[in-house]
Design a protein around this ligand. Structure first.
Ligand SMILES: [Zn+2]
Length: 51
């Protein structure tokens, strides 16, 4: 069972899906790439912009 993991984009404030355990994710709305951390296995958190 895969959860529907989502994170809120810091730029456009829309939520977008994130695949489990990825280190980086790109907002599909504004194409900004973020670094993702996982304080909990089912809770992605945006750490900042990816280089
Ligand atoms: Zn965005």
């Amino acid at each position: 069972m895969s959860e529907d993991l989502k994170c809120r984009c810091l730029n456009c404030l829309k939520r977008f899906p994130i695949q489990s355990n990825v280190k980086e994710a790109t907002c599909p709305h504004c194409n900004i790439k973020y670094r993702i951390s996982w304080p909990w296995p089912d809770q992605p958190k945006i750490r900042g912009l990816a280089k």
